[in-house]
Design a protein around this ligand. Structure first.
Ligand SMILES: NC(=O)c1ccc[n+]([C@@H]2O[C@H](COP(=O)([O-])OP(=O)(O)OC[C@H]3O[C@@H](n4cnc5c(N)ncnc54)[C@H](OP(=O)(O)O)[C@@H]3O)[C@@H](O)[C@H]2O)c1
Length: 326
């Protein structure tokens, strides 16, 4: 019997995927109180007020800007005050930005801002809440990543891939490698400019590698990342391409499957993705285990086939070996 999930914090919980995650946690665990992280507290409080008709006082808005340490600290104080001696059971790292693509020219400032929110902010938030999460009997961190992260990792040079998938990687070295990769983008002749939305991709592969580092370090917790797939949220509002986005509720269903079904139970260091086509009814949605690295076509895949719920997750330690064989 799994321990009950009694508290969760969702960053960027005020709209898009994050708002759907708040709702599905409230629905999935009737005992769970949810801290809805939002930059604009007034709008978060208005949402919490709306939710109170259905969920009573189980949802509480907390001001949270992941790029500001004082905001993270204050959010920690607010959650600790509400929880008393109880731990935080679940952290959903969802806040994120995408500043590239859709014809926008590359900008170093946008690249650094992307890293600041998607990677550095996520690390700062996680580190702040780790002492509260460690005390939980279920201790879950689930970070919103993207298939772009896996594809970007697969397109880096072999040396960079090795640096990022080394089983002895720690947070300091990971941050150092990512800083170097982003700094090097100032050179117009950097071949990585050929990678679509390269800064977003680096930030999300950073999320993936950080997830692996933590999963190796905190073996009693379930620390995973997931991708909702391409969804019709504010992030993609300027998209002019031909792909049909999914509804946010369909994309967010990967969180339900990881948090509340056997797909995620007992697994750590795994990358999950929502695998349904746009238009699929939510109750028919299917999420699967997916590779951390999408190697370019022709190179052997290094992750076992997905969807076998009983299969052991690929161990983080196996990655460098698998890469060496590729
Ligand atoms: N949509 C997709 O196709 C897709 C695909 C794969 C992964 N994702 C990931 O899904 C996550 C959610 O994105 P979304 O699609 O739901 O986009 P969205 O509708 O634009 O929502 C982004 C959320 O992040 C918050 N946020 C941005 N900067 C923040 C900061 N500095 N501190 C705290 N919160 C911040 C936003 O808050 P404000 O309301 O204050 O701006 C908003 O709540 C992101 O991590 C994204 O990378 C999305």
């Amino acid at each position: 019997m799994l321990p009950a999930m009694r508290s969760a914090l969702v960053s960027g919980g005020n709209r898009g995927i994050g708002l759907e995650v708040v709702k599905l946690i409230l629905e999935g665990s009737r005992e769970c109180r949810v801290f809805l992280g939002c930059r604009d507290l007034a709008s978060g409080q208005a949402l919490a007020q709306k939710f109170s008709a259905t969920y009573g006082s189980r949802v509480e808005a907390v001001q949270l800007d992941v790029t500001r340490q004082e905001s993270i600290d204050a959010c920690g104080v607010a959650c600790a005050k509400a929880l008393g001696d109880a731990p935080l059971d679940v952290l959903v790292n969802n806040a994120g930005i995408l500043l590239e693509g859709d014809g926008k020219p590359f900008s170093m400032e946008a690249a650094r801002d992307t890293m600041r929110v998607n990677f550095e902010g996520l690390v700062a938030l996680t580190q702040h809440f780790m002492p509260m999460l460690i005390r939980s009997p279920c201790g879950i961190i689930l970070s919103t990543s993207s298939g772009v992260g896996a594809r970007t990792l697969g397109l880096l040079s072999e040396a960079d891939r090795f640096a990022l998938t080394d089983a002895s990687l720690d947070v300091r070295r990971l941050s150092g490698v990512l800083s170097r990769l982003v700094d090097d983008l100032h050179r117009p002749d950097n071949p990585y400019h050929a990678i679509p939305t390269v800064a977003y991709g680096l930030s999300k592969l950073g999320v993936n590698c950080y997830t692996q580092v933590l999963a190796r370090q905190y073996t009693m917790m379930c620390i995973n990342a997931c991708s909702p797939g391409f969804c019709n949220t504010g992030m993609c509002a300027d998209y002019t391409g031909t792909r049909t986005p999914k509804s946010p509720i369909l994309g967010a269903s990967v969180f339900r499957q990881v948090l509340f079904t056997e797909l995620g139970f007992g697994r750590t260091g795994v990358f999950f993705k929502e695998n349904s086509k746009a238009g699929t009814p939510v109750d028919e949605a299917v999420s699967v285990v997916d590779p951390w690295i999408a190697l370019p076509q022709g190179e052997p895949s290094m992750t076992p086939p997905a969807v076998k719920l009983t299969a052991a997750p690929m161990s983080a330690a196996a990655i460098p070996t698998a890469l060496a064989m590729a």
